[in-house]
Design a protein. Sequence first.
Length: 162
Amino acid sequence: MFMDKENSRTFKNYSPEEIDRFLDQIIKQVERMIEDNKNKNKEIILKDKKIEELEKSLANFRHTEEKLAQYERMESTLNRAIIMAQKTSDQIKTAAHRESEIILEDAKRNASRIVNESLLKAEKTEMEAEMLKRNINTFKRKLKGLIQTQLDMVDDIEKVDF
């Protein structure tokens, strides 16, 4: 049996080009995830800058508070507001960092899962290709044996004297 090179490289309608396209799609998805993570990190940096600005604002507020020391009741109220703002900014910062870590972990897990699935599929395809090669070789041997038997029969017929 004769197979051209193009058909010998395909198995069950999967060609190397299809596999390459599939892997290219996986790479693009992983790159998009990495870009999303970079964007989240930029957001965290912006939030950190906002927190720094808030802390600077709080420092200015404290300066004003010192000028208004004669108003003791206002001072205690402002102190409580400052403490609340600090806690809130710390909570926002902590939540943003936690969220970015979760996103990074998810992206890494998804990337690993996609790569592992692709490797398993590639391994399975390779095993199936090897099995197909063995089956073709077995078929060739049997066909050669059958043809040899037929040739032997023709030789035997030629030996018979009529």
